[in-house]
Design a protein around this ligand. Sequence first.
Ligand code: ZN
Length: 421
Amino acid sequence: MPENGDLRELRRLFHRNPEPGWCEFWTTAKIVEEIERIGVDEIHVGPDAIDSEQRLGVPDEQELSSWMERAKDELDDHAVLDEVAGGNTGVVAVIDNGEGPCVGLRVDIDALPIDESTDSDHAPAAEGFRSTNDGFMHACGHDAHITFGLGALEELSNRDFSGTFKVFFQPSEELLGGGKAMANTEHVADLDRLMGVHVGLGRQTGAVVAGLDEALALSRFDIAFEGESAHAGLAPNDGQNAVQALVTAADNMYSIPRHEDGVTRVNVGEIRSENAANVIADSATAKAEVRGGSTQLMEYMKEAVYERLEHAAGMHGCELDVTVIGESIRQDCDEEMVDVVYETAVEIDAVTSPSRRDALGASEDATYLMKAVAESGGKATYIGIGASNPSGHHTPTFDIDEDCLPIGVSVLSRTALSLLN
Ligand SMILES: [Zn+2]
């Protein structure tokens, strides 16, 4: 197993510097620095690692440039930063040992807009590696995922094997914005096998699940109605009421029939209109999402929602604009890959409770990469690595037991080697 201390330092380095989706500028540059230290055959960065056109939920210029400025202040070498400008983050690292299978590992690298706890019971605060980016935090363990990716690269770089090993450092998973962009590249097209991975999820250190799936497919979108303003007392008939269009649509989104094929969800979150009580509102916006037990069920909900939005806009004489800001599909784990991971995990002493399959629960956009691999005849799985997380994911006190780091690296690198040999 790799040195725990080195992996811990690496994880803490990334924990200290969380960046949100498409703003992982410092993170991308640091990952490249580490990969160069390890030494691989190819490094693809930013626009060469993702399909820029397929990115969803890219923040506005102002937000991108404030994160870029911060990264420039932190780093002396700006070569990588220049490549990832405009929110083209992410890296693909390749060890090419010639003839043989092509095996990939996908990890995600982004953080969340959460203010990290300063509580003395919270290890990152007590031990001095709390987030230095106020209001942002690695509260889902993607700092550990980056460490897994780098650790596995280091392991494989020291081994003999025939074939190719690739690690995909994917941006913007939390926004479900990067999976599609990374899946739609030549780097994924030639994969025979793929592993995705998540740390924690309520499982104790020593637990390994070889196949986590049954995630709900999800589509998240911003809605904007544009009408015409008028005096609410003097001439309400002159207006086209955007608030009415929005509430009509929101109400009717919950009227979509259930589906015989499985579970569906719909939710309208934030609703806004910056208008006084005596003004017929000329604009109204909302954030909403739909989910489905399959990709088809998610699409069914999405279509039905769009239909209601369009009709509500028509009823109230408004223009409608819908922007998809995040999306994930459902793709379950391949049974043969589950076998390989499970057989590998049971051989590792520190893996005290290996299991074959369980439900993931959350949505994940690694599914785009898994589907791309399956469609070209390959096989993929999504692995759970227990980490005794003391509090739930996406909370200010989220942390992991760092003993999970060498376990994760061992499971992933040994599985890769068994697929390559
Ligand atoms: Zn996560």
